[in-house]
Design a protein. Structure first.
Length: 275
């Protein structure tokens, strides 16, 4: 369990373990008619979605649908061709990744990007230091040891990050993102490489962190069980367009989703077993 820690926070501050809801509570991360083209190739086509504070939203779709491109556009790792992304009404698209992080967007990457020669704890401390600089008192009450414990990384605190297993590196990326005290956390395939037990534990850890930080979460993953169990709403992206959205029950019964994603995934698994 995460430890409760006092940090002299006012009602407008949110820190790990505190029950006070920050001034950002009630804000939403909103993507409106976002398009992204690379030359003549349009990868995102009028994509709109939203996530409220404290909400956990899933983003699924077949390979090449544009999911990671969308996360990169939301966090200004790449520019959008048209449309916009706002956080609490403030535009964050076509700014810089640093501006997005300072505004409250934390993220992980499809291809893990850790400081492999630093220890596990040092990786988190680097992010926490950035949070203290850019997020001020919002980061001041974060208990790094509690975060490491929450994600089952305490025993590896002095290990070099590059020595961790793939699943543990995935968890460390999440902890590092949380050390920024984000208002919204964007997770790109966080359960990749994890077994069933690790995935179940990750669901619990992400839920607890979202609740205690009061941060919204947008999560991409190909593990449909993980997404359906974790998320209250799901958006489905195919060929750069949102083709469906709704509750897990609604989305998994949608004929279009079954045709382009769920059915395809099941057939692929069946073929793999036959081989």
């Amino acid at each position: 369990m995460l430890q409760m820690k006092e940090a002299g926070a006012t009602p407008s501050q949110v820190a790990l373990g505190q029950t006070a809801v920050g001034a950002a509570a009630g804000q939403s991360l909103v993507v409106t008619n976002v398009c992204k083209s690379f030359g003549g190739l349009q990868v995102l086509k009028d994509v709109s979605l939203d996530c409220a504070a404290g909400e956990i939203v899933g983003l699924i779709g077949p390979n090449g649908a544009g999911k990671s491109t969308l996360i990169n556009a939301i966090t200004s790792l790449m520019s959008v061709t048209s449309g916009e992304v706002t956080l609490g009404g403030v535009r964050v698209s076509n700014t810089t990744p640093q501006f997005c992080a300072a505004s409250g967007l934390g993220r992980t990457f499809q291809n893990i990007k850790l400081f492999t020669r630093l220890t596990v704890r040092q990786n988190v401390e680097v992010a926490h230091t950035s949070g203290l600089r850019d997020r001020g008192s919002l980061s001041a009450g974060i208990d790094i040891d509690a975060l490491l414990d929450q994600f089952d990384l305490s025993r590896f605190a002095d290990w070099k990050a590059g020595a961790l297993s793939y699943g543990s590196q995935r968890r460390l990326e999440i902890v590092r993102a949380l050390a920024l005290a984000p208002e919204f956390l964007l997770l790109d395939e966080p359960a990749a490489g994890m077994n069933a037990a690790e995935t179940t534990a990750l669901i619990s850890a992400v839920r607890q962190a979202s609740s205690q930080f009061r941060c919204g979460v947008i999560v991409i993953d190909h593990d449909l069980r993980f997404i359906v169990t974790l998320c209250s709403r799901i958006f489905v992206l195919d060929a750069g367009r949102i083709i469906a959205s709704g509750t897990p029950a609604e989305v998994t019964k949608d004929p279009k989703v079954i045709e382009v994603y769920i059915g395809h995934s099941k057939n692929k698994k069946t073929k793999s077993r036959e081989e």
